[in-house]
Design a protein around this ligand. Structure first.
Ligand SMILES: Cc1cc2nc3c(=O)[nH]c(=O)nc-3n(C[C@H](O)[C@H](O)[C@H](O)COP(=O)(O)OP(=O)(O)OC[C@H]3O[C@@H](n4cnc5c(N)ncnc54)[C@H](O)[C@@H]3O)c2cc1C
Length: 406
């Protein structure tokens, strides 16, 4: 199928993985990205799994020990800030932009279209005409929807599939190592920490500095606080000072000051002293509403959904980036090894549908205690979520959990 044309909607992790693979295979690829500006300046921390490193290497991207910070395991802290239990699991923690940037640099610049918002498509015979809001037209043999949780491509091909809100948000913040106190740096900073708070959970870990540096003194601290928020309050959080509702995510600078002040008040009320500066010293604060997206199909004629457009598993699982990469690689490999597009897309769906469903279910289970407003995850023993299990099974592919029977 050398020389075929693909249009990819969404130029983030999933879109760039698929785009780079297909270009390597001799396809003509255009990526349409709604954002006008460079995405690289955004993003906070991610867990870098070995599987992700292998997929990056397949694209010829160098992965060395400067791409993240190695930790030896996870540590659970109780609401007083005392260590409850530890679990030994070496892992590399990275920054989102250290995955995005090399993928972006590798893709042919002239075929990456910033400010191109996909609006619709029309198929005649086997060719699909793809339209954008700025009046551009692209022709494609295959259309790949890599446009995230609120995917417009999915809206067209599977209008019944909607993101469902999990009843809480993840507040995220990042602080420079140089601003943190010696006490924080020695007792908290280097842990992959799980802080169990009333009805909520905070995860914190070190990540590379904004320039990618992993040198001591130049790194950053990243936290993510899962916090219950009603749908009504979520709307308020997503509304800027001008009263405009940003349903698909509010850019961090537009979050109203009062919401950040309230976050800090809640931190003061609920968090132990030794963790407080994670929230108070953060120079970037943002939040992510927790949604599930669960699909029964991810292929529709010559259209395939990948990454968050196909399935969104809550960040407890920590595989959003890896899953998007795995979807993209499976799709591109099928397109290279099968004789027809239809055969390739059928194989892709077969390979990735169940993996997506498993990740969504795992994420829902891990977040069930916050969604249900339980004070502690152990309050309902049927959830099987004591802290010692949460720290073992979070932030890693569900396949590991199954293989090791955790
Ligand atoms: C800027 C940015 C920063 C992120 N930072 C982090 C992080 O720090 N930690 C983390 O765990 N996850 C982060 N994520 C999410 C993470 O990338 C995804 O959860 C996961 O990797 C799946 O990637 P994806 O490519 O499927 O979807 P996404 O990363 O959500 O990308 C979807 C892309 O599609 C574009 N798009 C949407 N609609 C249209 C349209 N109609 N036309 C054209 N383009 C469209 C969006 O602008 C976006 O770039 C970030 C995502 C983005 C976009």
């Amino acid at each position: 199928m050398n020389g075929r044309r693909a249009v990819i909607v969404g130029g983030s992790i999933g879109g760039l993985f698929a785009g780079n693979m297909l270009v390597q295979q001799g396809w003509k690829v255009d990526i349409l990205e709604r954002a006008k500006d460079d995405l690289a300046s955004r993003g906070t921390g991610i867990a870098r799994h070995l599987e992700l490193e292998q997929l990056l290497k397949r694209l010829g991207i160098v992965v060395d020990n400067t791409v993240g910070i190695d930790v030896s395991g996870r540590t659970a802290f109780d609401r007083n800030g005392e260590i409850i239990v530890e679990y030994n699991l070496p892992q590399r923690l990275g920054a989102w932009n250290r995955v995005f940037e090399p993928l972006f640099e590798k893709f042919p610049r002239e075929h990456y279209h910033n400010g191109s918002e996909f609006t619709g498509m029309e198929t005649t015979d086997v060719v699909t005409k793809v339209q954008t809001a700025n009046g551009q037209d692209f022709e494609a043999d295959v259309v790949i929807g890599a446009d995230g949780f609120s995917s417009t491509v999915r809206e067209l091909v599977a209008p019944g599939v909607k993101p469902t809100y999990g009843g809480y948000v993840a507040w995220r913040g990042v602080s420079g190592e140089e601003n943190l106190t010696v006490e924080f740096l020695t007792s908290i900073f280097s842990h992959y920490a799980f802080l169990f708070l009333p009805k909520s959970l905070l995860i914190g870990y070190p990540m590379a500095g904004s320039n990618g540096s992993v040198t001591i003194g130049k790194r950053r601290y990243n936290y993510l606080w899962y916090y219950p928020t009603t749908e009504e309050n979520l709307k308020k959080l997503l509304t800027d000072n001008e009263g405009h509702l940003h349903e698909n995510g509010i850019p961090p600078p537009l979050i109203q000051r009062t919401h950040i002040d309230e976050l800090k008040m809640n931190a003061q009320r609920l968090m132990p002293e030794n963790f407080l500066e994670a929230v108070f010293k953060a120079d970037t604060t943002m939040f992510q509403p927790i949604y599930d997206v669960n699909s029964d199909r991810i292929v529709f004629n010559n259209v395939a959904l990948i990454g968050d457009a196909a399935f969104v598993a809550r960040p407890h699982v920590g595989v959003g980036v890896l899953k998007a990469a795995q979807d993209a690689i499976s799709l591109a490999t099928s397109l290279s090894e099968c004789h027809t597009i239809s055969e390739a897309l059928t194989r892709y769906e077969y390979e990735r549908l169940q993996a997506g469903k498993r990740a969504v279910t795992h994420g829902r289970n891990l977040g069930a205690f916050i969604e249900r407003g339980l004070d502690k995850p152990e309050d309902d023993p049927t959830l099987n979520l004591p802290p010692e299990r949460i720290i073992r099974v979070s932030g890693r592919p569900y396949e590991h959990v199954l293989e090791q029977n955790l």
